[in-house]
Design a protein around this ligand. Structure first.
Ligand code: FHN
Length: 416
């Protein structure tokens, strides 16, 4: 149902808020590229021809894949949703698609519907399932080649209408075969930087909303949100930053936000990439994202045998322990009314302000620029110990006990 006044579906506020409440998700980059153990761009980066690359599928047999083991771990990590690469830029589909034989059932000896198994396992753990779906395709000959020219397409076979139909058929399958889907997460549109290229998003987005009105749409086009997109994406950066160079000119929009990030430097499995951020560092990013009103989508790149790298498992369990103890100050919150400070960030739920002290405070006190608001009570979140505070002209000064050696020293403040 559309609200005529606004031209956006009536359920929009509800589904966006539910998404914001979930706060923490797991991104999974997995495909036949994992066999080459050099990231998900290996086909492009090593200039592998499409025919040669496609032969990898014949050897894809992830004998240790167990969707239930994954989702049990994600749940233990405190995640509330999972975003899975149904089809990445290499064009290989990880489900039983009828739109192309280049898929897990027909092109591999594995012959198990990985998306189907994951959908089932997510449902069992009450994890929302989101689908990553690449707009760009390095394999299909009807895809009009853009900026990524490693697999040049023959102009004679390029056929945008056919490719567009193919994508919509696949999206229809994904949205009609695997139960309720939380979001479609597009990527790769930046392959066509020329303004006149028309991706016909309006029609595609309408199809998604028609098939599943509660399905959110996000698009990693590295620009400001377009049309009915429900959430804005930031890759390897927190909202407002552009250290990784993917955020371009986009300004932080007034819709839900999501930061996606790798644990090491690569999305797909890379056997040499051991540059993992520490568990504490990942917690800091998650908490900072929450303070900036954003969800945090943390990536894992499963190995070709279907197991998750041990480094990833260890970090997920570490985050899980933190969220078990401190989840109340993260889930269901929004960025707090105090903007990020040198000492950390705040999150908020109604009149409760959660103060996350992420950095060492030298003089035993922190100042909250809280104009026009007064505090009733401040205590430590873990023990509930009452703390002294002083209302000043421009805010509130809180006097801290000795700072514990934890990554996030959480305080709870009640506002009047
Ligand atoms: O090219 C992809 C990349 O492989 C990965 O999927 C990331 C995830 O945000 N997005 C693209 C780069 O923007």
């Amino acid at each position: 149902m559309m609200s005529i006044a606004q031209g956006i579906p009536d359920n929009t506020t509800r589904i966006r808020e539910e998404f914001q409440d979930r706060k923490f998700g797991i991104f999974i980059h997995w495909g036949i590229y994992s066999m080459l153990a050099n990231g998900e761009w290996v086909m492009h980066n090593r200039s592998l021809g499409r025919d040669e690359y496609a032969k990898l599928a014949g050897g894809f047999f992830p004998s240790r894949f167990d969707a239930r083991e994954w989702t049990k771990l994600f749940k233990e990590a405190g995640a509330q949703y999972v975003t899975f690469t149904s089809r990445h830029h290499d064009g290989f589909s990880m489900w039983a698609t009828k739109a192309s034989p280049y898929n897990i059932m027909e092109a591999t000896p594995f012959k198990r519907d990985i998306v189907g198994e994951l959908a089932q396992a997510c449902q069992e753990q009450s994890l929302k399932l989101h689908f990553y779906y690449s707009h760009m395709d390095w394999q299909r000959t009807d895809y009009p080649t853009g900026w990524c020219k490693n697999c040049p397409h023959d102009p004679a076979t390029t056929d945008w209408d056919s490719y567009y139909r193919f994508m919509n058929n696949q999206l229809t399958e994904l949205l009609t075969s695997y139960g309720p889907i939380g979001a479609i997460w597009f990527d790769g549109m930046w392959d066509h930087k020329e303004k006149e290229f028309d991706w016909r998003l309006e029609e595609q987005y309408a199809l998604i909303k028609r098939l599943q009105p509660d399905c959110l749409i996000g698009n990693n086009h590295h620009g400001s949100p377009i049309g009915v997109e429900d959430f804005q994406l930031f890759e390897q950066d927190l909202p407002g930053q552009n250290t990784a160079g993917f955020s371009g000119e986009q300004k932080v929009a007034q819709i839900p936000l999501e930061t996606c990030m790798t644990m090491n430097n690569t999305w797909g499995y890379d056997i040499t990439d051991k540059a993992y951020k520490s568990g504490d560092e990942l917690i800091r990013r998650l908490v900072t994202a929450a303070g900036l009103n954003a969800n945090f989508l943390l990536n894992v790149g499963p190995r070709p045998d279907g197991k998750l790298p041990e480094e990833a498992v260890e970090r997920l369990l570490h985050i899980g322990r933190f969220l078990k103890a401190n989840g109340e100050s993260i889930y269901g919150t929004r960025g707090g009314c105090v903007p990020p400070q040198a000492w950390g960030v705040t999150t908020q739920k109604g009149k409760t302000l959660y103060i996350h002290i992420l950095n060492k405070v030298e003089d035993g006190q922190i100042f909250l620029p809280l104009t026009g608001k007064k505090l009733k009570k401040v205590s430590t979140f873990a023990e509930g110990t009452r703390l002294e505070f002083r209302q000043e002209k421009d805010g509130v000064r809180i006097f801290l006990p000795s700072q514990p050696e934890t990554v996030d020293f959480v305080l709870t403040a009640t506002m009047k």
